[in-house]
Design a protein around this ligand. Sequence first.
Ligand SMILES: *Cc1c(COP(=O)(O)O)cnc(C)c1O
Length: 347
Amino acid sequence: MFREELEPLRPYVPPKSWRMAAESDDDGLAKLTSNELAFGPLPEAETALTEALTRANRYPDSHVSRLREAVADANPGSETSNVLVGNGSSEVIFNVLQLLPPGDVVYGWPSFSMYPTICAVLGMNAREVPLTENEKFDLEAMLRTVTHETRAVILCNPNNPSGTYHPLDRIREFAGALPENVVLIVDEAYVEFVDDPAYGDSHALALESPNVVMARTFSKAHGLAGLRVGYGIASEEIADYAERVRFPVSVNLAAQVAATASMLAKEKVEERAKFVIRERGRLEEAFGKANLEYIPSQGNFIMVRFAAADFEKSGVLVREGEALGYPGWSRVTVGNSSENDRVIEAL
Ligand SMILES: *Cc1c(COP(=O)(O)O)cnc(C)c1O
């Protein structure tokens, strides 16, 4: 009765901290597994949420207009007609892939676990290209993997879980080398944490290309993972098509008002991201001093060769590297100052 390609799929297994948080009230644990922000939503977002609650009996704006306006304003050169929205950027990516005929999707690996799942659900063939020796996307090998069966390429930039990235001129060159009928999805879930100026103003590439989508989220730097909202920047044509397949109210009222308020207070989000960047540097330095191998990161997390079980002894929960393609390693989310102190003490 069921589609064959769904056979290998299993329900999402959440990191240990989600289960432990659900099962216990023990606040003594540092939960650094899921690349969440250590701080709650901005006060602006909280106020907007409180005000919106009394309207929860009504359906929200199905077009998500105010959020689209805030996103367009935050990305100079873009109009609301260039903005995609979704229930997390996972839905944005899902919607874009839904627009394409059956075929192949090329992406680097290890990367975000949702890519193989989305491909299987949509009946598309995943073509996974191993990272280079220095844990970066192998852009040449990815181009060689593109055939007339390829419908899309996904570049996670910076990549989760390696934290590595390619600057905009390399991505632009890569986009230019792709056939015009192949969609390039650049997943920028961690873009706010990049401090290399060479990374560039990436949304410009989406605006100048008919086949490039930048996918971003409110789950990381904006601290709204629990509300589920993401967005994309793309050509008007892609944005128009994406809106044809999206469920009309996939972005709920709370998500809409909180994300809009948070985007309007962008400078405060940037301040918080700067804190994460400084703390990331402090953790990397500590890993170096402890003679631990780690991958220099541009995300709010660091891959380090130190077992999750050893962190756990000190009450620090991190993502087990085994689950991410790095046995013996851990992915440590940058937390608040005291959580990061505990990471360093655990070494
Ligand atoms: C966290 C993350 C996302 C965001 O997912 P949401 O659905 O927006 O919560 C997207 N891509 C990558 C690589 C991520 O790590």
